[in-house]
Design a protein around this ligand. Structure first.
Ligand code: SF4
Ligand code: SF4
Length: 214
């Protein structure tokens, strides 16, 4: 009788809701904190945030970041710091999207977008240069020919760094410790991490003054 029970299981599955989708025709929404390909951000005045400190390269477990810093030109500085990153490369044949580089960066220069649909047919394309990683004059990520950006996705670079507390509530609710970005200003906290959301949840709304309304 065992095999009949097996057939019954198979037969019943025919009538259950399908959990697979016909990718790429059907694309599921991405997770709020998905780690995708990086961007190098700029301040609202257009200056680059990267100061060429190489901390991201030092912390990277896959050893896929190569940075060289040099002194800013006195007459035409690239970043507000003493130095800037004049070479910056990420090898996407090695990157595991752990985000440790993002955590290590002292200036919020390197963040990850939600773009993961990109592929290349040669090694040179897989190694992103600074010219490809740095955001454009509107603060938008550059969209390279082999990348498949979904509509509106460029607005969500900075990924999880907009979170205001690790548990989504408590003392840092609604407080964004995040400098303004070219094209976006100071970004709002993640959904559910504003003081309004906290009040709706019945949390303690007196914890702190928030600045999530930027
Ligand atoms: S996400 Fe992780 S593996 Fe990728 S460059 Fe950053 S530190 Fe390295
Ligand atoms: S991206 Fe950040 S951690 Fe990496 S070199 Fe630039 S400032 Fe330093």
């Amino acid at each position: 009788m065992g095999y009949l029970e097996g057939f019954a299981v198979t037969f019943n599955k025919l009538f259950e809701e399908r959990v697979t989708t016909e990718y790429p025709e059907v694309k599921r929404p991405k997770a709020e904190r998905l780690h995708g390909r990086h961007v190098l951000n700029r301040y609202e005045d257009g200056m680059e945030k990267c100061i060429g400190c190489e901390l991201c390269a030092g912390v990277c477990p896959a050893k896929c970041i190569y940075v060289r810093g040099q002194d800013n030109p006195v007459d035409d500085p690239v970043s507000p710091g003493e130095r800037y990153g004049y070479i910056y490369e990420i090898n996407y044949l090695r990157c595991i999207h752990c985000d440790l580089c993002v955590e290590a960066c002292p200036t919020e220069a390197i963040t990850e977008s939600k773009l993961f649909e990109f592929s290349f047919s040669n090694r040179a394309d897989a190694i992103y240069t600074k010219a490809e990683l740095v955001v454009d004059d509107e603060g938008q990520p550059q969209k390279l020919p082999w990348e498949d950006w979904r509509p509106g996705e460029a607005d969500t670079t900075s990924a999880w760094m907009r979170a205001t507390s690790s548990s989504g509530d408590a003392d840092y609710q609604g407080r964004v410790a995040w400098s303004g970005e070219l094209g976006y200003g100071v970004r709002d906290p993640e959904a559910g991490q504003t003081e309004a959301a906290a009040d709706a949840d019945g949390a303690d709304g007196d914890a702190h003054d928030g600045n999530g309304g930027h």
